[in-house]
Design a protein around this ligand. Sequence first.
Ligand code: ATP
Ligand code: MG
Length: 411
Amino acid sequence: MTDLQPARGTHDLIGEDQRRHHHVAETARRIAASYGFDEWITPIFEDTRVFSRTLGETSDVVTKEMYTFEDRGGDSVTLRPEGTAGVCRALVTNGLTQSLPKKVFYAGPMFRYERPQKGRYRQFHQIGMELIGPAEPLADAEVIACGWDILKALNVHADTILELNTLGELESRAAYREALVAYFTAHKDSLSQDSLTRLERNPMRILDSKDERDRKIVADAPTIEAHLTEAAATFYAKVKELLARFGVPFRENPRIVRGLDYYGHTAFEFVTTKLGSQGTVMAGGRYDGLVAEMGGPQTPAVGWAAGIERLGMLLDAAPAAPVPVAVVPIGDEAEAAAIGVLQSLRAAGIRAEMSYRGNLRRRMERANRIEARTAVILGADDLAKGVAQVKDLKTGAQEAVSLPDIAAFLA
Ligand code: ATP
Ligand code: MG
């Protein structure tokens, strides 16, 4: 079986990688909770229609990236490529559309059939939040502020900037779409093949193209500003005013789009200069049409998702591994007594380990290998007096502590 390898674009999270991952998710979970968000855990596979219907038949994700298969019962299921659709499906199928607002946080694996490269995998992980119910710009500003707080708590905010845009209302976008089609049609000869397809199906998506030639043309493309209704412009102004109030710095970028029809008004990305072309760490926007597409009532919502791997790579250093206490018995009889000490330490919340075999020298070597700070050494003479030697492995200092007091002594 030595020819077995992890599937392309997947990776195991072990040691430092796991600690980075865990730290990102735990920090986000804690801060989202402080904003009143509850975690939802939805299935990692769904009826394919949950995604095909809502992500838009023409989006990159649906046309090229989904892991879709027929299960043994003949149903078409898809490994979730993103979290929002599942949360909205859950809102509707759990009958929660009448108890709004719902403030949802999630964290977990997502699957996209992409060309693997640094910061881009086939199984990756996202944290995300959805604020479902409020149509007010305060909701947009608040979810963005929460995202910013998470970046700050992770200390990755210094090289990261919020890029903000508005997609206006349906009528704003319809007018803008026409302006874009006119502009890009005039530059048809220089567009990439992908963007020619987008021109027919979803011209706004061209603004998001990563192709160098496309980007040159995109640079001079018209912006939506001229096409905003008064209400949309007012909404956008309010979001900006509130972001200032929340203390979130931002830069306007009229090229930020979400190519799906159910997105409107606020669109944003947190972008870093540190990850090359995979520089978007968090992306989101307002999606007032999605719950309705899922078969629920018309329901406003706004949210974002962030890649845990990309945030993990930005962390200065991996969080330190927890430091254990090594319990070191000398001889078989001492081992029996050591189990009591071991369990009293664990009960006090102290990480405590005891090797499974070995003499004193071997066990002390093992204590060094697991980078223990302290060893609790139990010899026959000490045990007869009801004490053990508690040794600081850095300084070498050692003192006898009575067995029932060791946990309190170390805590
Ligand atoms: P990109 O433009 O990089 O393909 P996207 O628009 O497809 O991103 P979203 O669907 O908005 O990304 O997902 C939100 C975040 O999830 C991204 O900003 C990124 O941090 C992360 N992400 C998306 N796809 C991947 C992937 N294949 N591998 C790792 N992280 C990813
Ligand atoms: Mg993508």
